[in-house]
Design a protein around this ligand. Structure first.
Ligand SMILES: NC(=O)c1ccc[n+]([C@@H]2O[C@H](COP(=O)([O-])OP(=O)(O)OC[C@H]3O[C@@H](n4cnc5c(N)ncnc54)[C@H](OP(=O)(O)O)[C@@H]3O)[C@@H](O)[C@H]2O)c1
Length: 310
């Protein structure tokens, strides 16, 4: 098969399009014929993109860990899917990704592709929409009527955080660059703050929930704008529990995990029009290196997608 691979740790300059063995699905795994795969612009910087969880070298590696495609084969013990099924899902970062004609994925990390989404649109969902879902539903447990602040509402996770919080009945306030205001409002934000000119901690107080996709100083200023027992879910690094205790709030960090049931619920929301996939740019597999290099160019909201089978 054709695959985008890196033989040595580094940046996009290490990526080469070459022939590789078609992987064989192990027990509980599915061989997926890849139609589209989403890259995460920073994934080549992460240790897990190059190593096993035990720290062993995995090179040569294949990047791009969100996939939409068609089932091409089944490992032993998989009876929930059949050859020809259209599926989408999240490939763990400590195994080969989907920038190739085929990828093997545990069946538990796949679900039926949203019927109303193209493969390109479906590939834009798994990592970011699962992260937003797990943050808002599993960790924050948001309820209708709550006031929810999404930091970075036009970002990879933010676009789904805004949509999901609004769908779940929250009053959504989002921050981002002013150029993104009308887009973020179109996703369901009732209020918008331009983080370049407005300090959210001067303008907001008593919030129920914050989804923080920014971290750093933005996180540091967030504890004090929640109500007592408000919930803060942050994504970049663990929060400061001393600050959380000082303000009597719950502050949480987690790492997203593949989840069949949640992917199925996300697909249902796409099919009923409640959740819109957001695609920033599309590159053919052969231009995978350029796709990763697009991190340096002008940013558009959403995911960057590699098309493997047009
Ligand atoms: N824990 C997990 O499981 C998990 C899962 C997914 C992602 N993450 C992490 O979550 C973070 C966000 O990921 P992402 O893919 O959503 O990143 P992203 O696409 O870069 O989104 C961040 C957004 O925040 C905006 N922004 C930058 N500074 C801001 C500020 N001071 N106030 C408000 N908005 C600001 C950015 O605008 P610009 O584009 O102009 O910079 C961008 O729209 C990253 O650190 C990522 O590693 C963690």
């Amino acid at each position: 098969m054709r695959a985008l691979r890196a033989h040595h740790r580094g940046g996009p300059e290490q990526l080469v399009l070459e022939d590789a063995e078609i992987p064989v699905p192990g027990p509980g795994e599915v061989l997926v014929a890849v139609h589209a795969a989403a890259i995460t612009l920073t994934e080549l910087l992460w240790d897990l993109s190059w190593q096993t969880r035990d720290g062993a070298d995995r090179t040569p590696v294949i990047p791009s860990h969100e996939v939409s495609g068609v089932v091409g084969g089944l490992g032993t013990g998989v009876d929930s899917l059949a050859a020809g099924d259209e599926v989408y899902g999240l490939v763990d970062f400590d195994r080969n990704g989907a920038a190739a004609e085929f990828v093997t994925v545990p069946a538990s990390a796949l679900a039926a592709k949203p019927a109303k989404a193209t493969h390109v649109e479906a590939a834009a969902l798994p990592l970011a929409a699962l992260t937003a879902w797990q943050a808002l539903v599993d960790h924050a447990g948001i309820r209708p009527g709550e006031r929810v602040l999404v930091h970075g509402g036009a970002g990879g996770v933010g676009v789904y955080g805004v949509q999901l919080a609004a769908h779940l009945g929250a009053h959504v306030i989002a921050t981002d660059l002013p150029a993104n205001e009308s887009f973020v409002r179109s996703l369901g934000a009732a209020e918008f703050l331009d983080f370049t000119t407005q300090r959210f901690d001067d303008e907001l107080s008593g919030l129920d929930v914050i989804l923080d996709a920014v971290g750093g100083e933005t996180l540091a200023r967030s504890y004090g704008v929640l109500r007592p027992r408000g919930r803060l879910v942050t994504l970049a690094a663990p929060p400061d529990q001393t600050q959380a205790q000082k303000h009597a709030v719950h502050a949480m960090f987690f790492v997203v995990r593949p989840d069949h049931g949640e992917l199925a619920q996300i697909a249902a929301l796409v099919d009923d029009g409640s959740l819109r996939p957001v695609v920033a740019g599309v590159f053919p597999l052969a231009e995978g290196r350029a796709a990763f290099e697009s991190i340096h160019g002008p940013r558009r909201p959403g995911k960057t997608i590699l098309v493997v089978r047009p």
